[in-house]
Design a protein around this ligand. Structure first.
Ligand code: KG4
Length: 356
């Protein structure tokens, strides 16, 4: 086996609508292949589970092959196979798990089951082929904010592998809320990125929308359903829409959605003096939100870590490889005789240890 920091891991993630495989070496990303099904799900306005499963099955082999080829690593030199076991769509997860088991058996490699949310948390620690890790001397506890299509959580990281969820959403995730707002404006799915583009050209003060849970931030609950309903009514009232209205509406929605998130994060900072702030998940690609969070981190004198590329923000397998690296170092892997125990955990929680 390779020396400690050089572990080469082939990772697979099929938790939602991205078919993803990657090869990592320690925390270095050698390849990160993502085949997104988003355009196929667009007409449903969200992920259609049986379609996701079918497309994962169709694409997974090709995606893995490309990840290995691009990494320039021979299969015999791969130390372990990692796979997302949850949280995610059950019938989508099972495609990746089955493939990972097949691979691990065929090539006699250990298997590392990974929690997808832990992947998002640790995505900030990845570094590219050309760069040496810029991240040294991590300081704990860190506060991680994971905001994606499926998750909106604030997680206290006592150390890698030891987490406590401090706040989460009671209804929609932040990414889901942005997607729904974009859909109401006719901008397609997924809409977070295009909503950001529109918002940049609009005036966020044009429309009076409520900031969710105003004055109740100490409950540590994110909630976007009230804002969503208010936005729906506003959009209906403003119809027919034109470009200017769309831009102003996008800016107004994004502003309130972000103000809510930032207010809760500030409250958590006050109560849990974390030493660093880590921001991962699809919404971490948003420049405006990053700017606002950077500002509050600066006020607190805290370091803020974000993934080094957009590909590491949205669902991907390289982040699964980073989590797997830390588990592998702790010798948390399964060998062939335990493979039949591995199963999907669609509602896995990041602060609950995996059973294997
Ligand atoms: O991490 P991810 O792929 O998660 C799940 O599929 O669960 O994140 C996807 C989410 C979508 O809701 C998408 O609209 C959002 O991330 N997103 C963005 C941006 N890029 C992607 N949200 C805001 N601004 C962006 N630039």
């Amino acid at each position: 086996m390779a020396p400690n920091t050089q572990f080469k891991i082939l990772s697979i993630d099929t938790s939602c609508d991205e078919t993803a495989a990657a090869v990592t070496e320690g925390k270095k990303v050698l390849s990160n292949i993502i085949w997104s099904q988003a355009s196929l799900h667009a007409k449903f306005g969200g992920v259609y589970p049986s379609l996701a499963k079918r497309m994962h099955k169709e694409r997974i082999g090709w995606v893995i092959e490309k990840a290995i080829k691009n990494s320039k690593v021979k299969i015999k030199n791969i130390d372990s196979i990692a796979v997302t076991v949850g949280p995610g769509l059950a019938i989508a997860l099972e495609v990746g798990i089955k493939k990972a088991l097949e691979f691990a058996e065929a090539y006699n490699k250990p298997l590392i089951p990974i929690n997808h949310v832990e992947g998002h948390i640790l995505s900030v620690l990845a570094h590219s082929r050309n760069l040496k890790s810029q991240i040294s001397n991590l300081k704990f506890p860190a506060l991680a904010f994971v905001a994606s299509g499926g998750t909106t959580q604030l997680i206290l990281v006592y150390k890698i592998g030891d987490y406590k969820i401090l706040a989460q959403t009671s209804d929609d995730s932040l990414g889901e809320a942005l997607d729904k707002a974009a859909r109401m404006l006719g901008l397609g799915y997924p809409g977070g990125a295009i909503l950001e583009k529109m918002a940049k050209k609009g005036n966020s003060q044009t429309y009076p929308l409520p900031i969710p849970m105003l004055g109740q931030e100490d409950k540590f609950v994110f909630s976007y359903s009230g804002l969503k309903t208010a936005f729906y009514k506003l959009v209906e009232k403003e119809k027919p829409l034109n470009q200017e209205k769309i831009q102003n509406l996008a800016a107004s929605f994004q502003d309130k959605a972000f103000k809510h998130a930032v207010r809760i994060i500030q409250k958590v900072f006050d109560e849990y003096p974390a030493k660093e702030f880590w921001f991962g998940g699809g919404v971490a690609a948003n420049l405006e939100l990053k700017k606002r969070l950077r500002f509050i981190c600066k006020q607190k004198g805290m370091k803020m870590l974000i993934p080094y590329s957009k590909k590491l923000c949205t669902d991907n397998a390289a982040m699964i490889g980073i989590s797997a690296y830390y588990r592998f170092k702790r010798k948390k892997f399964l060998t062939t005789r335990d493979f039949d125990k591995v199963d999907r955990i669609p509602r896995a929680k990041v602060d609950k240890k995996l059973p294997w």
